[in-house]
Write a protein that binds this ligand. Structure first.
Ligand code: NAD
Length: 485
């Protein structure tokens, strides 16, 4: 009797588990080949670039036959999954990449679902006159190759997919190797739902084992119509030299200027909010602050009042030795963040200098010189150097130097409109924020829409569906439309 009950329970459990796994689709297993692994070769998961591009091309041809309403359905599916599964996927991203902060990994996915621009951006322009009619439409490129960073692996793919598919394209993603698993799981979920609800598979295809070689293959593939890279200096350079049209969302090192008219307590709260978000992984995040001398000490006090912890000179020196290293040769010699501390919590950075701070502390800060490596390096960790400047003009000059001509993001805290204008002109950055945290520029607490690919070097700015379209003009040479004849 005992044996029978055990047997029955075991059979029932097996059946339930089988039914569950069939309902959920095959779970993600990144090992194995196309033939051995049921996940490979569909649902967007591919072992090699040729297969991924061919499948994305088939998906593109199917999408071309569908009305724009179907593109809307697809991006609504991506947004829905991004919102409803943000906790699970955000946790996976945190566990895999081990950088940043869990609450922000989750928030990024949720906000992307809510704030990404869609097909409504594809407004047709029309000219009519004595010689007829010209209609300007926004047509897709085809299959786009996307390279995505480890700092926001799935969020970048999600934002790119929404914009690119809204524009009528499909995409092949070469994710950062250290964020490839969550990238693959997100892509699998998106594709399975799209296939079930719209009947097209592989709209978003992904290389499961990405390398620099597979990125190069994507750059060179003749069926890739356009590339979009989001990453640091090396990949930005590689894309610009690829010989293919590229949308390049490159690195930044956003400076903040605080002048004597600023609301210092507000400035401190904004700097903490922006610089500590996801432990400073955002390319738009406040990375160094230049404060005019007359309010420097008051600004440092305001930072402490707002909850940041100040490091003294010797602690800053110890953190510099622990967190940064010299890399490169000759003219390319520069400082870079050490992996062990990149994107780690403020309390872990403090530990590295022998200081115990409460885990709730979001940001460390300290005074440095203008040429300090923490000022000049895009460090991506929750320590912000503050530099004392003799005047507003000198603060802007320092900000220009620290930004390295990326023209990415800069920020001012001031009530002086003239100073705002002077800095805006001098910096000429893609994003310029006045009296707010950096993320206000992406619609988070400010106006506008969200994308995690901000194309500075190639000039498209915060990418939208229009970024991924070609202009196409249809002319009717006739007097049929001319009224009053
Ligand atoms: P990363 O440059 O190390 O990697 C980005 C991607 O490029 C990865 O997929 C990587 O595998 C690939 N890659 C790197 N070198 C390559 C090469 N030579 N050829 C082909 N592919 C190459 O950057 P990361 O650490 O993943 O992300 C952080 C960087 O990205 C920061 O510099 C940050 O400012 C930048 N970023 C920019 C934006 C933006 O919108 N402008 C957004 C997010 C991140």
């Amino acid at each position: 009797m005992q044996i029978n009950e055990t047997l029955i329970r075991s059979v029932v459990e097996q059946v339930i588990s089988q039914v569950r796994s069939q309902a959920a689709g095959p779970g993600l297993n990144l090992s194995g080949t196309n033939s051995a692994n049921p996940n490979r070769g569909h649902s967007g998961l591919f072992d090699n670039v040729d297969d991924a591009v061919a499948s994305a091309r088939t998906a593109f041809e199917q999408l071309q036959q569908r009305p724009i309403e179907d593109r809307k359905k697809i991006i609504d599916i991506i947004r829905r999954i991004s919102i409803s599964q943000c906790e699970e996927l955000g946790t996976m991203e945190m566990e895999e990449t081990k950088i940043g902060r869990l609450e922000h990994k989750i928030a990024k996915l949720k906000t992307l679902g809510e704030k990404t621009p869609g097909v409504e951006f594809l407004r047709t322009e029309c000219y009519s006159g004595d010689r007829g009619l010209a209609v300007i439409e926004h047509a897709p490129f085809g299959v786009i190759g996307a390279i995505t960073p480890v700092t926001h692996s799935l969020p970048t793919i999600t934002g790119n997919a929404v914009s690119m598919i809204a524009g009528g394209n499909t995409l092949v993603v070469n994710p950062h190797p250290s964020g490839r698993k969550v990238a693959a799981e997100g892509v699998r979920r998106f594709n399975q739902a799209i296939r079930a609800e719209v009947g097209i598979d592989n709209c978003i295809s992904l290389i499961c084992e990405p390398t620099l070689e597979t990125a190069q293959q994507l750059f060179k593939h003749r069926k890739i119509a356009l590339i979009c890279v989001t990453g640091g200096p090396a990949v930005a350079r590689a894309a610009l030299n690829s010989g293919k049209r590229a949308v390049v969302a490159g690195p930044g090192n956003p400076p903040v200027v605080v002048d004597e008219t600023a609301d210092l307590d507000l400035a401190a709260r904004c700097i903490i909010q922006g610089a500590s978000y996801d432990n400073n992984l955002l390319c738009i995040a406040e990375k160094e602050v230049f404060v005019v001398n007359s309010v420097f000490d008051a600004m440092m006090d305001a930072m402490s009042r707002a909850g940041a912890v100040r490091l003294n000179e010797s602690q800053v020196d110890r953190l510099t030795a622990a967190a940064l290293q010299v890399v490169g040769e000759g003219a390319d010699k520069h400082h870079a963040a050490r992996k062990e501390l990149l994107g780690q919590d403020a309390s872990k950075l403090a530990e590295a200098v022998g200081l115990r701070v409460d885990p709730s502390v979001e940001l460390l800060y300290g005074e440095t010189s203008e040429d300090h490596p923490f000022v000049q390096t895009e460090q991506m960790m929750p320590f912000v150097p503050f530099v004392r400047c003799s005047s507003f003009e000198s603060a802007v000059q320092c900000a220009q130097k620290a930004e390295h001509g990326y023209r990415h993001t800069s920020i001012i805290h001031s009530r002086n409109v003239r100073n705002m204008t002077i800095m805006a002109r001098a910096m000429d950055t893609t994003l310029f924020v006045k009296n707010g945290p950096c993320m206000a520029a992406l619609g988070l607490g400010g106006e506008g829409y969200l994308s995690f690919s901000i194309a500075g070097p190639t000039g498209e700015g915060v990418t939208t569906p229009l970024t991924f379209t070609r202009e196409r003009r249809c002319s009717l040479i006739d007097d049929l439309f001319i009224l009053g004849r």
